[in-house]
Write a protein that binds this ligand. Structure first.
Ligand code: P6P
Length: 337
C-alpha cells in the first residue's frame, strides 16, 4: 500500500471526516516543514555551530541556547507569510508575534515551545517542539502585541489541533486534530513525514512513573504519599513493583507514555507558592493534555482537568500529572482524601 504521507492523511481527514478546514491543513503542513528544518539543524550539532548558549535569556529568565533562538525564528518565519495565522506566541518571546501588515492574516493562533528540553541539546539527548492551535476570536484586538495577549487566553478544550515533534533516533511528528492521535516518522530520503501509527491508545494501567525525585521534599503531601507507595512496590499498598524514568525532556517522557503507558508528573513545588508548577499551560501542558486525552489518557493539575483551566496569563505555569488513566486518577484521588 502506498505510504500515507502527512499531506495525504490531512487531505483524507479533510475530505472524509471534514475535521480539518483547508487553512488548518495548510498550517499543520507548514509547522511540520519547520520541524523538519529544526531536525536538520539539530542533527548538525557541533558541525553546524548551533550548540551552546545564545548569550541571552528568555522571558522566563532562562538562559537561551542557540537552538532555542534558531528554532523560534524558524517557526516564526515559516508561519508568518501564509495567510493562515493571526498571531503566534512562544515560550521564547514575552509578547505575541503578530503577522506583519505586509502579509495576509488568518483565523488561527499558534502557540509553541520551539525547543523543549533544551538543557539536553548539548548532551545529545532527545528534545522536541510542542505546538497548539486555537481559533482567533472574532473581533479580537490585535492592534498591539500587548493587546493581542488576551486573544490567546482560552482553555485547552478550545484547541483545534495540537502536536509535538520529537528529535530522537528518529524524528517523529505526533498530532491530533480532535479525532485521535497519529504518529508520523520523518523519511529523510523523501523529505516528508510518513504515517507510522494511527489511533494511539495509552494503556490505562502502568508500572512506570516519571518525576524528578530530587524535588521530593518540596512536593505536597498527597504526591509524596503516592510516590512513596510506588517506590514501596510489591511491599506497599499498590502491590506491584514500579520502574522510573526521567529524561528531563517533556516531549521524550510524554512520547514514551504515548507509546507504552506511564504517568508523568511535574507537581506543585512548595518552594515558591506563587508558582503552581514548572511547566507552562499554553504551549506545554495544554497541547500535551489534548494529545493524552485523545489517546485515552488523563491529564490533571492535581485535582482538576488541565484542559478546563481558564488561562489568565500567556506564560502561566501549572502542575502536571498526565498519562495512564487509572494511575492519574489514583494520584488525583489522593488529593481528595
Ligand atoms: P527538571 C525542560 O526544561 C522542561 O521544561 C521539560 O521539558 C522537562 O520535563 C522539565 O523541564 C525538566 O525539569 O527540573 O527535571 O530539569
Amino acid at each position: 500500500m502506498a505510504q500515507r504521507t502527512l499531506a495525504r492523511y490531512l487531505t483524507e481527514a479533510q475530505h472524509d471526516k471534514g475535521c480539518i478546514p483547508a487553512n488548518l491543513k495548510f498550517l499543520i503542513e507548514v509547522v511540520s516543514r519547520a520541524c523538519q528544518a529544526i531536525s536538520i539543524a539539530i542533527g548538525k550539532g557541533g558541525l553546524g555551530g548551533v550548540l551552546g548558549e545564545a548569550g541571552s535569556d528568555n522571558v522566563q529568565g532562562e538562559a537561551q541556547k542557540k537552538l532555542d533562538v534558531l528554532s523560534n525564528e524558524m517557526l516564526i518565519e515559516a508561519n508568518e507569510w501564509g495567510g493562515h495565522l493571526a498571531g503566534m506566541a512562544s515560550e521564547e518571546m514575552d509578547l505575541p508575534h503578530l503577522v506583519p501588515h505586509r502579509f495576509p492574516k488568518g483565523e488561527y493562533l499558534l502557540t509553541f515551545d520551539p525547543l523543549d528540553g533544551s538543557s539536553n541539546i548539548d548532551v545529545n539527548v532527545s528534545i522536541g517542539t510542542i505546538f497548539s492551535v486555537l481559533k482567533c476570536p472574532e473581533g479580537a484586538d490585535l492592534s498591539t502585541p500587548e493587546a493581542a495577549q488576551a486573544a490567546f487566553l482560552h482553555p485547552g478544550t478550545a484547541q483545534v489541533a495540537a502536536g509535538y515533534a520529537v528529535y530522537g533516533p528518529t524524528t517523529l511528528l505526533v498530532l491530533s486534530v480532535g479525532d485521535g492521535v497519529a504518529v508520523f516518522t520523518l523519511d529523510r530520503e523523501q523529505g516528508q513525514f510518513v504515517l507510522t501509527q494511527e489511533d494511539v491508545q495509552i494503556p490505562a494501567d502502568t508500572k512506570e512513573f516519571a518525576i524528578n525525585m530530587s524535588n521530593q521534599r518540596f512536593w505536597e503531601a498527597p504526591v509524596q504519599r503516592y510516590v512513596d507507595e510506588m517506590v514501596a512496590g510489591k511491599t506497599g499498598p499498590l502491590g506491584k513493583d514500579y520502574n522510573m524514568r526521567w529524561v528531563a525532556s517533556m516531549v521524550a517522557d510524554v512520547h514514551r507514555i504515548m507509546t507504552r503507558g506511564g504517568i508523568f508528573m511535574y507537581p506543585k513545588d512548595l518552594r515558591d507558592p506563587n508558582k503552581p508548577g514548572k511547566l507552562r499551560l499554553m504551549y506545554e501542558a495544554n497541547p500535551m493534555s489534548l494529545l493524552v486525552e485523545q489517546a485515552g489518557g488523563k491529564s490533571f493539575d492535581a485535582t482538576q482537568r488541565i484542559l478546563d483551566i481558564q488561562p489568565t496569563d500567556l506564560h502561566q505555569r501549572c502542575a502536571v500529572m498526565l498519562g495512564s488513566a487509572n494511575e492519574v486518577q489514583r494520584v488525583s484521588d489522593r488529593h481528595l482524601t
